[in-house]
Design a protein around this ligand. Structure first.
Ligand code: FES
Ligand code: FES
Length: 151
């Protein structure tokens, strides 16, 4: 049994400790907002927060999050999350949507650490999150918008 705090709730997952966190979230916890893209830490679709910092759930064994706090797109909240959601809506960032929960989790992670990021900060933080639809310009504009809302 793996015990963790999942979206603010004490949770026990009866899974193989070597199972990727992404599988446990989607198939055992029913949290399907986090997506499977590549499975090898190359696309960012599976991004969740571990103790507030973005990680790739597809390559993180459940055993690695024992006793920690995992937050998914379904549970992320607070002023930064609200600013990012508002900016995403305002700028109509989403196209097909597949990559966007990972993009949003990465953006929240960035702005939580760096409330007024430079262009270089944004590129560095978002570099590992791919978007097949090419929404990169709107993502960057939305991060700038969210930073303004937070300022
Ligand atoms: S599915 Fe995890 S990085 Fe692509
Ligand atoms: S919005 Fe379609 S993959 Fe990013």
């Amino acid at each position: 049994m793996i015990r963790l705090t999942l979206n603010g709730r004490e949770t026990a997952l009866d899974v193989d400790p070597e199972m990727p966190l992404l599988w446990a979230l989607r198939d055992h916890a029913g949290l399907t907002g986090t997506k499977f893209g590549c499975g090898i830490a190359q696309c960012g679709a599976c991004t969740v927060h571990l103790d507030g910092a973005p990680i790739r759930a597809c390559v993180t064994p459940v055993a690695a999050v024992e006793g920690a706090a995992v937050t998914t797109i379904e549970g992320v909240d607070g002023p930064v999350a609200e600013a990012v959601r508002a900016a995403w809506r305002e700028l109509d960032v989403v196209q097909c949507g597949y990559c966007q929960s990972g993009q949003i989790m990465a953006a929240i992670g960035l702005l939580s650490q760096t409330p007024a990021p430079t262009d270089e900060d944004v590129v560095a933080a978002m570099d590992g999150n791919l978007c097949r639809c090419g929404t990169y310009q709107r993502i960057r504009a939305a991060i700038a918008d969210a930073a303004t809302r937070l300022g």
